[in-house]
Write a new protein. Structure first.
Length: 575
């Protein structure tokens, strides 16, 4: 909400459902006792005091009628219906006040205002419409500022204290990985349990299939479903406002749009002057007063901007004094141009109330616009943090699942095969140490593969003890993978997955690894003797590869099973 859309702001206020409030009655009291009092023709102090009492009593009655309108406004749901209720209530209030005032003045013996009732009703309608709209705009802006400031404080504190949705997701993922790591370490067989030579490979195989694989599957499932449904704070991922309501300073005055207070001031007195002085003199007075008011308000705004503080009570006090001087000057100008306007406190009080109400609306609207902009920026930071936190949490779980499924399980399966051939206590303890070392590295941060050839050769060397591996590749494949670290990471993980399955399911531990360059992609082909009927094609490892790679195929031909994984590389990498 800014000053650039005044009509839209008024429309929102009319349909918001809280147009009428206690402030509507309190702030219009000066108008009710002065401008709308109706005792201007009183000649004695007694008559004037009776007139003030009548005006105050009528204002109390009008407050009761307005309460009925406020109740109806809050009961109605549709925005258009609320607007209709507000407009109808203001029309009723504008007509009832002069009628009640006239009747009570006659009962009290106070001479009434010598102006036709139609003019008095029109004046009341203008005063009520202008004043109540300004009051409603100010109160709704204050209410909105409280909400924005509370939300701003909550989001800012969450960002500063790292209590955002993103930080909670990261912490949750790290905690899950830590629990899985401790669970695996606690389940690693002990080397001094007296397990016989013929049982060691069986125990390790049971550990790999019964504990290691389920932990890897749990990490993958948590990443795919747990984080997707995680909603740590609120429906939109923002923290619910836990701050106490923050009350902004009330006296925040800023110069309203140039000429607005003068325009409203002239409109209020226009019906009265037209009936008392006629159209010609009134038009001349309107031009003079309007021009003087615009010049005075412009000078006041410039002077305050140059000399007064930008914010705070000093600025508000400067504007208040300035509007008081302008109100007196405009009343004097109106009397000089049009003597029928007379000299009384009604004119200055009316202008002062309108100017202060307009200044409050302008000040709070400008503050609200700045605060909403700050809140939007903080919420953008919060969204970015949540997105980064979710991405980071998913990456932590994905890395842990890949490490357990690849490195830990491969260490177990390699140990199973090796111990079946070299089963002694020293080899047993060495293999257990290798498995524990792999488990302890589960929660270590992973970095993109920097040297693809070195990473691939390390994987092949690790499996080379139990699998006969043969590697061939096209020329220039390594520089291309090095230029695309993410693609190189997928290739290395796919190779580990393929070798794991070969050791578990292949007819013979033989692997033929081929890296090929195709149009815009690097393709890994790993083949081994066997059949697909022994493979679980929908396992978590293959499923994860399908998510990360651009192409994953598992085929069988003439007793040979081949896993094909393709990853795209950027144009810069190919060049």
């Amino acid at each position: 909400m800014t000053l650039r859309r005044p009509f839209a702001q008024v429309g929102q206020v009319l349909s918001h459902g809280s147009f009428f409030s206690v402030w509507s009655w309190l702030v219009t009291a000066p108008f009710a006792i002065t401008l709308l009092g109706g005792y201007d023709s009183a000649t004695t102090p007694t008559q004037r005091m009776l007139g003030i009492a009548v005006a105050a009593g009528v204002h109390v009655v009008i407050g009761g009628v307005g309460s009925i309108g406020a109740l109806l406004e809050r009961r109605v749901r549709a925005a258009a219906a609320r607007t209709a209720v507000v407009l109808a209530t203001m029309a009723v209030l504008g007509a009832l006040r002069p009628l009640f005032t006239q009747a009570l003045m006659e009962l009290a013996g106070v001479p009434g205002l010598p102006v036709p009732m139609a003019g008095r009703i029109l004046t009341n309608l203008l005063v009520i419409s202008i004043s109540l709209t300004l009051i409603a705009l100010a109160t709704s802006t204050l209410r909105r500022r409280r909400e924005v400031l509370a939300s701003l404080a909550t989001v800012t504190r969450a960002l500063e204290c790292e209590r955002t949705a993103g930080s909670k997701l990261r912490a949750s993922a790290s905690a899950a990985v830590y629990r899985g790591r401790e669970r695996l370490l606690a389940a690693v067989p002990e080397g001094v349990l007296g397990i016989g030579p013929g049982e060691r490979s069986t125990v390790l195989l049971a550990f790999s299939e019964g504990i290691v694989r389920p932990v890897a599957h749990e990490f993958s499932a948590l990443r795919e479903t747990g984080l997707a449904s995680a909603n740590p704070d609120s429906e939109h991922g923002f923290p619910a406002s836990a701050e106490r309501e923050i009350s902004p300073h009330l006296w925040v005055l800023s110069p309203p749009p140039l000429g607005l207070p003068t325009l409203l001031y002239v409109l209020i007195f226009l019906p009265f002057l037209l009936q008392r002085a006629g159209a010609g003199p009134t038009l001349w007075a309107v031009l003079v007063v309007g021009g003087c008011g615009a010049l005075a308000e412009n000078a006041l705004a410039r002077g305050v901007d140059r000399c007064a503080p930008r914010t705070g009570r000093g600025r508000a006090l400067s504007l208040l004094v300035g509007y008081t001087v302008v109100s007196i000057a405009l009343s004097a100008a109106a009397w000089l141009v049009l003597p029928e306007a007379g000299i009384s406190a009604v004119g200055p009080v009316t202008y002062l109330v309108i100017a202060v109400a307009s200044g409050l609306c302008a000040g709070h609207l400008l503050r609200l616009a700045a605060e909403e902009e700050r809140l939007a920026a903080q919420l953008l930071r919060y969204r970015a943090d949540e997105y980064e936190g979710r991405r980071s949490a998913e990456q932590v779980l994905a890395d842990a699942a890949e490490w357990v499924h690849g490195e830990v399980q491969s260490a177990c399966l390699t140990a199973v095969v090796f111990l079946s051939q070299h089963d002694d206590q020293r080899a047993w303890e060495r293999e257990l140490g290798t498995i524990r070392a792999a488990i302890e590295r589960i929660d270590e941060p992973r970095s993109p593969v920097a040297f693809s050839r070195q990473a691939v050769e390390e994987v092949l060397a690790a499996w080379g003890r139990v699998i006969d591996c043969d590697l061939s590749c096209d020329a220039n494949v390594w520089p291309i993978l090095d230029a695309s670290p993410a693609s190189g990471r997928v290739v290395v993980d796919a190779l580990s997955e393929a070798l794991t399955n070969i050791l578990r399911h292949a007819a013979r531990p033989i692997a033929r690894v081929r890296l090929e360059l195709e149009a815009g992609a690097v393709t890994l082909r790993v083949s081994s003797p066997g059949t697909l009927e022994h493979l679980v094609t929908g396992g978590s490892g293959v499923r994860e590869l399908r998510r990360r790679a651009d192409r994953v195929e598992l085929t069988e031909s003439m007793g040979t099973v081949q896993l094909t994984v393709g990853v795209r590389v950027g144009a810069q990498a190919q060049s």
